[in-house]
Design a protein. Structure first.
Lengths: 300, 235
């Protein structure tokens, strides 16, 4: 029972972080029909900026929740700028070309960003500080749930809610949905598509940066390569849930988090990573549209 | 109000428009007629900015708007209702209408226009919470026109509003096009394959044959001319 609970909790934690990354994949796909393979790197950059900011700001005397919030703000702002720039450099010039070109550009951008961080920062694993303050009321159950895990769940839930409100009830959200359904008609209604696409990349990058910060707090170490596997898994989660669907990305991420966690606990932790991709293959065979994706009606 | 001068467009190597000239005066309803593939939709897309012409100029209110983006032309009151209606299928009817008013900030006036389109097409009020994709073809056409009206157009570009609709609904829609033109002074450029129908509401008409205007004149004259009826209007 204890083991089961442990696995459930670690599954939920990982699933939450996958969800934060998967949303960026699925939103960008929904708007421009592109798999942004550099998205995992934005998450990695978010973690590095969080690390740098935490060192600098704790030197400056910040601590506790104040430090955590300032670090999060720095990671979000800088990563959003990276995401915005990646779109302008690697994808915008290729708009209107074949679908393959931006995909190759995305992979190139991903490799570039990995090497960029490796050269500028470090090729080694770096220790990440535990930024989430200990919560007193968790002390009696701290062997089951620690305050970092609780914070990850709450932060993720809050962000998902905010994102849902943004998409459903704001003017920007309405224009994003319109562009994803019919870009030309959105233009004929007065929407500036470039601005909507930029906003999508900025929002997706901000979410990934929060994921990067949280994974640092949780794993307590980061390196320039963490974006690759996490990106692949979040992409898997997005496809699992139905690429282009926002609730689907969250569902897929949670399913993936639990599946990995239970596989590691009940089978062997060697198979943890393999589970994600086995799940992907099974879903693609059984339900190509994903768990919450529309039935395949796309015309070729 | 609108003036096209020597428009040329290409799809790959195929020349779709071969030097098209056309003028529309303020307050008119103009029909642009022609067979399938004559270049009618291309002409509208040239005006609305979706496909900038390779050569030639488009003037709106005397100003050269060639190559301007569709979104900037919407802001000037030049609004297209494209072929096939292009309702946002997963947005509700109300959200589709809100998209029509996307560039506007004058909330009280937006509410008044909403009342106006609901009075024109009462069925849309009943369907307001339903997603656009669930509407019938006729309702979608009503929504497409209403969405355009929510942008306060000074000129409407209508592409085949009768396409695929039952005769009774077509008559209703054409009556309302007339009504909009009279009540709001909205200028209309109407593309149609159904020439008889279009000539009944239009003041003047142009006939387009493979990328060139081959004939133009007042709707009555064109309707009355035996030779033209035989050649272009199916008897």
């Amino acid at each position: 029972m204890e083991l089961f609970l442990d696995l459930l909790i670690s599954g939920l934690t990982k699933g939450s972080i996958y969800a934060l990354i998967a949303l960026g994949y699925t939103m960008v796909y929904g708007i421009v029909g592109l798999i942004n393979f550099a998205h995992g790197e934005i998450y990695m950059i978010g973690a590095f900026i969080a690390l740098i900011a935490s060192l600098a700001l704790s030197q400056a005397g910040l601590a506790g929740w104040g430090l955590l919030v300032s670090v999060a703000a720095a990671a979000v702002v800088y990563s959003a700028m990276y995401g915005w720039t990646v779109e302008k450099i690697a994808y915008k010039p290729l708009r209107g070309s074949s679908r393959l070109s931006p995909l190759i550009s995305a992979i190139g951008m991903s490799i570039f960003l990995q090497n960029y961080v490796q050269l500028l920062q470090s090729p080694n694993f770096l220790t990440f500080p535990s930024l989430v303050p200990e919560l007193g009321f968790l002390a009696p159950v701290s062997h089951i749930v620690n305050s970092t895990q609780l914070f990850i769940w709450l932060a993720t839930a809050l962000i998902m809610t905010a994102l849902t409100v943004l998409i459903k009830f704001t003017r920007l959200g309405l224009s994003m949905r319109a562009v994803s359904q019919d870009p030309d008609m959105a233009r004929l209604s007065g929407v500036n598509i470039d601005r909507v696409i930029s906003s999508t990349f900025v929002i997706g990058s901000a979410l990934a940066a929060v994921g990067g910060l949280l994974i640092g707090c949780y794993m307590r170490q980061i390196d320039f390569y963490i974006g690759f596997l996490a990106g692949m898994k979040a992409f898997t989660a997005a496809v699992l849930g139905g690429i282009g669907s926002i609730p689907g990305a969250v569902l897929g991420a949670l399913v993936l988090g639990f599946a990995e966690s239970f596989a590691a606990g009940f089978i062997s932790s060697d198979y943890e990573d393999a589970v994600a991709f086995v799940l992907l293959i099974v879903i693609l065979i059984a339900r190509p549209g994903g768990l919450m994706g529309a039935a395949q009606t796309q015309k070729v | 109000m609108l003036k096209l001068e020597g428009l040329h467009t290409f799809y790959g190597n195929i020349e779709a428009l071969k030097g098209l000239d056309l003028t529309v005066e303020e307050g008119e309803i103009i029909a642009l007629l022609g067979a399938n593939g004559a270049g009618k939709t291309t002409t509208l897309n040239c005006i609305s900015g979706l496909i900038p012409p390779r050569r030639g100029r488009v003037f709106f209110d005397g100003e050269d708007i060639t190559g301007h983006s569709p979104e900037s032309l919407v802001a000037r009151g030049l609004i297209e209702v494209p072929e096939g209606r292009r309702i946002f299928p997963a947005l509700t009817v109300m959200e589709n209408l809100k998209m029509g008013a996307y560039l506007r900030r004058d909330q009280p006036e937006i509410s008044r226009d909403l009342d106006y389109v609901f009075n024109l097409f009462p069925i849309l009020r009943a369907r307001a919470g339903q997603s656009g994709g669930t509407l019938s073809g006729g309702e979608q056409q009503m929504l497409a026109i209403s969405r355009a009206l929510m942008g306060r157009p000074r000129m409407l570009l209508l592409d085949e509003p009768s396409l695929g609709l039952a005769p009774l609904i077509i008559r209703n829609i054409f009556d309302i096009i007339r009504q909009i033109n009279m009540e709001r002074g909205t200028t209309v450029l109407l593309v149609e394959q159904n020439a008889n129908l279009a000539l009944k509401v239009a003041d003047r008409a142009y006939i387009l044959t493979t990328g060139l205007i081959t004939l133009s004149g007042s709707a009555e004259v064109l309707m009355a001319d035996e030779g033209i009826r035989k050649a272009y209007l199916g008897g």
